[in-house]
Design a protein around this ligand. Structure first.
Ligand SMILES: Nc1ncnc2c1ncn2[C@@H]1O[C@H](COP(=O)(O)OP(=O)(O)O)[C@@H](O)[C@H]1O
Ligand SMILES: [Mg+2]
Length: 318
């Protein structure tokens, strides 16, 4: 049975198309849904978890239709929303016990202990949540979601607002859950995290999938090397042959792809200097999901990164 399957899944809010004909098939894997703010990630998760009715199309979780068999679907899954509150006046154990009750497994102390243990919270289980760090609260939310042993776990921006060490720890736990056979559907806009941990990702822009593959395969599409240049002022094309402009990021950074970085770096450097552009730094690295994102998704003012539209328009005019 396919854990998550959608066909033409579409959601309109009035005239706004938030999710546009999404076709997904997710197996026993960590599947990342990536995209800038407002690209439709949360709307997708809400439809998959039966909390929001699609305008068109359908979705199945472990073979059950989210619309016609919502009760069955809910039994298969857990959902940790982006903004979830744990009750700080209760202990960690009490919070998880509440969820056990909610899922109809009240009194199953073994299940509560197991969920707390999986998230490394056993030792602090009887302390008030008020005394927990941000990372511990996130892990407690995961423990709540795990108490009824779901087959499919939906996480909306699970590492948002956490420090680097806590983020890493959350991902360690997510990978452990996958190795136990759970399907994990996770949204994030931290490209580096998706790169390191997702088996496959779909990149959303304005409700549409613009790319879907393993991080490695997506990287391969961009080319062998990426050159990142920081300049004072602006640069304009057309650029030398074999150097393709991917986009710009904040702080005067321009990003290029090429098949041979070591050869093209001096060439690009000279080319820029000849045009009176001051190069503050220039470096070569293997493509990251961030670079792919830059190449695929035109940046908008409300979006991820910064507004690079003017730069692109300028290039086109030349
Ligand atoms: N309840 C709603 N009513 C109207 N528009 C909404 C609602 N929820 C989200 N939107 C809009 O739908 C688009 C997708 O939003 P969302 O799914 O929250 O994106 P993401 O999670 O990727 O940031 C955005 O343009 C957002 O403003
Ligand atoms: Mg969201």
């Amino acid at each position: 049975m396919v854990p998550i399957e959608t066909s033409g899944l579409t959601k309109y809010y009035g005239d706004l198309c938030a999710v546009d004909h999404l076709d997904l098939s997710v197996g026993n894997e960590i599947f990342g849904l990536l995209g800038p703010n407002g690209s439709g990630k949360t709307t997708t998760v809400l439809m998959l978890t039966t909390l929001l009715e699609p305008t068109r199309g359908s979705a199945r979780i472990c073979g059950f239709d989210t619309r016609d068999e919502a009760q069955e679907v809910r039994r298969q899954l857990s959902y940790v929303p982006q903004e979830m509150a744990v009750d700080v006046k209760l202990t960690g154990r009490e919070n998880v016990s509440l969820f056990a009750k909610l899922y109809g497994i009240a009194g199953r102390d073994d299940a509560v202990d197991r969920a707390l243990g999986m998230m490394d919270l056993s030792e602090r289980a009887d302390d008030l949540v008020r005394t927990y760090s941000g990372g511990m609260r996130r892990r407690l939310e995961l423990a709540q979601a795990l108490v009824h042993e779901p087959k499919v776990l939906f996480l909306d921006e699970p590492t948002l607002g956490l420090d680097v060490a806590s983020r890493r720890r959350i991902w360690d736990h997510i990978r452990t859950l996958r190795s136990r056979g759970m399907t994990i559907f996770v949204t994030t806009h931290y490209m580096d995290e998706a790169d390191a941990s997702c088996d496959r990702v779909a990149i959303l822009d304005r409700g549409r999938v613009v790319a879907m593959d393993s991080p490695a395969a997506l990287r391969a599409r961009v080319g062998k090397d990426v050159i990142s240049v920081r300049v004072t002022g602006s640069v304009r094309g057309p650029f030398p042959e074999g150097i393709e402009y991917l986009g710009g990021r904040g702080d005067g950074e321009a990003v290029f792809s090429t098949d041979c970085g070591s050869e093209k770096v001096p060439l690009l450097f000279r080319w820029l200097e000849e045009r009176g552009v001051t190069v503050r730094s220039i470096s070569v690295h293997e493509p990251t999901l961030d670079d792919i994102f830059l190449a695929l998704v035109p940046t908008r003012e409300d979006g991820y990164g910064f507004d690079d539209h003017k730069f692109r328009t300028m290039l086109r005019r030349r």
